[in-house]
Unconditional design. Structure first.
Length: 406
C-alpha cells in the first residue's frame, strides 16, 4: 500500500462517513441529532417548584419597580413574596430611598404573617435607624412595636388554659414599649390608640393578679394573697375591676384578723360601688363586723405581720475543715487498752498490757509473772486504802487527835 502524500489534507472519520452517505442522509442525521439534544435538555430541566430566585426573570431592574412589586404582593396578602421583593430592594439598592421604605414594609409583613417577635424587633430597629422618618416622628412605628409585643402575649385558645392563668411577661414588655411611646411621642395621632392599648394590658394584668390571689385564698394562705391585692389596688385603679379588688381585699383582711382595715375596706366598697353586687355584700360584712367586734376602735391590737425570720444554717460537723463538713476524721483507736497501776510508796512501778503481745520474754512464764505482779499490786493498793480509811475515821471521831499528832 502506498503511503499518503505528506502535504495532502487529512480526512476525519466523520467527514469520511458524510462523504460516503450522501447529502440526503447527512441532513436527516443532523435533524435527528438536534432533536435528541433538545430532548436531553428538556429532561434535565426540573419541572417542580423553583429552588431559588432567578434574578433575570423574578426581579425588575430598578429599586422603584421592585418596591412596587412588593406593594402589589402586600395587597394580595402574599407575605413571603413581600419579604422577598423588599429584602431584594434593601440589599441590592441600599442607598436608595426605597430601601428605607422596604425595611418598614418587611416589618409590616412580618406582623401580618404572625411573626410578632420578629416584627417587634424590626419596628424597634427601624425607629432607631431612621428617627427622621415620617412614621417614626408621628409615633406610629413605636406604637406598632407595642402592639407586636401585646400580640405576642398569651391568647385564648380552647386547648390551652385561659390567658390570665399563663405567663404575662410579654404584656409587661408591651407596657415598657408604651411607656417609651408616651415619653417620646405623647400628643401624636397614635396617642389615643396607645392609651386604649395600655388600659387593655392593665386589665389583663389585673385579672392575673386576682387569679393568683384567689389561688392563695382557696388554700388558706391569706398572707400570700394580701401582697398581691394591695399592689393591684394601688397599681391598677379605674380599670373596671375595682369592686372585685376591694371585696377580695376586705375578705383577706378579715381572715387575717385585721378588723379595722377590713371595716374601712368594706366601707369604701359600699360608698364607691353601691349598686354593684359586691357593694351589697359589703353592707352585710359591715353588720357582721359590728355585731362581732363592736364599733370602730383605732387602738385595736393588730396581728404580727412581720415576715418570718429564716433559720440559721446548721453548723458543720467538722469544725477544723468547714469547707468539707462531710469529711469527719475519726480518732485512732489503739490495738489494745493500756492499764497502769500505781504501787504503794517505796515499791516498784509495774505496767500491764492487755490485748497485745507480751513484751516480756519467756512465753507462758512471762505472762504468769505479770499476772502475779498485778495481783500483788492490787492487794497492796487495797491495804493502803483500808489504812487511809481507818486514819480518816479516827480523825473524824476525835478532832483534837489530829492537832496533837501535828
Amino acid at each position: 500500500m502506498r503511503a499518503p502524500h505528506p502535504h495532502a489534507p487529512r480526512t476525519s472519520r466523520a467527514t469520511a462517513c458524510t462523504l460516503r452517505r450522501g447529502p440526503l442522509q447527512t441532513s436527516l442525521g443532523k435533524w435527528i441529532g438536534r432533536g435528541l439534544s433538545l430532548a436531553l435538555v428538556v429532561a434535565l430541566v426540573p419541572t417542580g417548584c423553583k429552588n431559588g430566585p432567578d434574578l433575570s426573570a423574578d426581579y425588575a431592574q430598578t429599586a422603584r419597580e421592585n418596591y412596587e412589586l412588593a406593594l402589589g404582593e402586600f395587597s394580595d396578602e402574599d407575605w413571603d413574596e413581600v419579604i422577598q421583593y423588599a429584602d431584594f430592594v434593601r440589599i441590592r439598592f441600599p442607598f436608595s430611598r426605597f430601601a428605607v421604605e422596604a425595611e418598614l414594609l418587611i416589618a409590616r409583613a412580618e406582623f401580618e404573617e404572625g411573626n410578632y417577635l420578629t416584627a417587634q424587633d424590626a419596628f424597634r430597629q427601624f425607629a432607631k435607624l431612621h428617627p427622621t422618618h415620617q412614621h417614626v416622628r408621628n409615633g406610629w412605628v413605636s406604637y406598632m412595636a407595642a402592639v407586636s409585643a401585646y400580640m405576642n402575649g398569651p391568647q385564648n385558645f380552647f386547648l390551652f388554659p385561659p390567658d390570665h392563668q399563663r405567663d404575662q411577661s410579654r404584656l409587661r414588655e408591651a407596657l415598657v414599649e408604651l411607656e417609651y411611646f408616651f415619653d417620646h411621642y405623647g400628643g401624636t395621632p397614635s396617642t389615643e390608640h396607645a392609651a386604649a392599648l395600655r388600659d387593655e394590658i392593665n386589665r389583663r394584668l389585673l385579672e392575673h393578679e386576682l387569679y393568683v390571689a384567689r389561688f392563695y385564698l382557696d388554700r388558706e394562705k391569706p398572707e400570700a394573697a394580701i401582697g398581691r391585692l394591695e399592689s393591684a389596688h394601688a397599681r391598677y385603679p379605674g380599670i373596671g375591676l375595682d369592686a372585685e379588688v376591694l371585696f377580695l381585699l376586705g375578705i383577706t383582711y378579715l381572715r387575717m384578723e385585721e378588723i379595722e382595715l377590713a371595716r374601712s375596706t368594706f366601707s369604701e366598697l359600699q360608698s364607691q360601688h353601691p349598686k354593684h353586687h359586691h357593694g351589697k355584700q359589703a353592707r352585710i360584712y359591715l353588720r357582721y363586723i359590728y355585731d362581732t367586734y363592736g364599733p370602730a376602735d383605732p387602738g385595736r391590737e393588730r396581728p404580727d405581720r412581720s415576715p418570718p425570720k429564716p433559720l440559721p444554717p446548721p453548723e458543720p460537723k467538722n469544725r477544723e475543715r468547714p469547707e468539707h463538713p462531710e469529711a469527719i476524721e475519726e480518732p485512732e483507736v489503739p490495738a489494745g487498752p493500756v492499764l497502769q497501776t500505781t504501787p504503794p510508796s517505796g515499791g516498784a512501778k509495774g505496767t500491764l498490757e492487755t490485748g497485745g503481745k507480751a513484751k516480756v520474754g519467756g512465753g507462758a512464764e512471762a505472762s504468769g509473772e505479770a499476772s502475779s505482779e498485778s495481783e500483788a499490786s492490787s492487794e497492796a493498793a487495797s491495804e493502803e486504802e483500808a489504812a487511809s480509811g481507818s486514819e480518816s475515821d479516827a480523825t473524824e471521831e476525835d478532832p483534837d487527835a489530829g492537832s496533837e499528832s501535828e
